[in-house]
Design a protein. Structure first.
Length: 150
C-alpha cells in the first residue's frame, strides 16, 4: 500500500497490512487493537516494514486502545539495534469499530503529542476500520490526511 500527502509518500509492506487487517474484523467481543509502526525514513518518504500488535499490558475496550505495555518500546529498540540503527519508530496504528474510520478528537490530541516528541521525522498515523483505512502524517502543529495511490 502506498499513501501520499503533498510530495511525501508512505509505503506500507504487505505483511504489515495483513497483520493490521487481522485485528479489524468485526466480532461480538470486539476490542480496539493497535501498536507501533517500525520502518525507515528515506529522504522525505517513509517505508513501514514492521509493527507491533496488542500486548497484555495495553488497555483495550470497544472504543479504546491505549498503548501502555513497555514491550512496544522494547520491540522498537530491538529492531533499531538489529537493523544497524536504520529501522526505527515511524508511527502508530489502531482500529476503530466502524466501516470507514475517522480520527476522534482524542486521537488527534494524542497524535499531536506523539508527533511533537518524534525527533526522527514526521510521524505516520493509521486507523483501520472494518472496510476502510484512514491515514495521516504528523509534523509540527499539524496532521495531514493521506490518500492511497492506485
Amino acid at each position: 500500500m502506498i499513501l501520499r500527502t503533498g510530495l511525501r509518500l508512505v509505503e506500507i509492506c504487505e505483511t504489515v497490512v495483513e497483520t493490521i487487517d487481522r485485528h479489524s474484523r468485526p466480532r461480538a467481543n470486539y476490542h480496539e487493537a493497535g501498536g507501533i509502526l517500525i520502518g525507515s525514513y528515506r529522504g522525505i518518504h517513509i517505508k513501514v516494514t514492521d509493527c507491533t500488535t496488542p500486548f497484555p499490558g495495553d488497555k483495550r475496550a470497544r472504543t479504546l486502545f491505549d498503548r501502555c505495555d513497555h514491550d512496544h518500546q522494547r520491540f522498537a529498540i530491538e529492531r533499531w539495534r538489529t537493523s544497524g540503527k536504520v529501522s526505527t519508530f515511524v508511527g502508530e496504528w489502531h482500529t476503530h469499530p466502524e466501516a470507514s474510520p475517522k480520527p476522534s478528537s482524542i486521537d488527534r490530541r494524542t497524535w499531536q503529542k506523539v508527533a511533537a516528541s518524534n525527533r526522527a521525522g514526521p510521524t505516520f498515523f493509521l486507523i483501520r476500520g472494518y472496510d476502510g483505512w484512514w491515514a495521516g502524517l504528523g509534523g509540527p502543529n499539524r496532521i495531514a490526511e493521506m490518500t492511497e495511490l492506485n
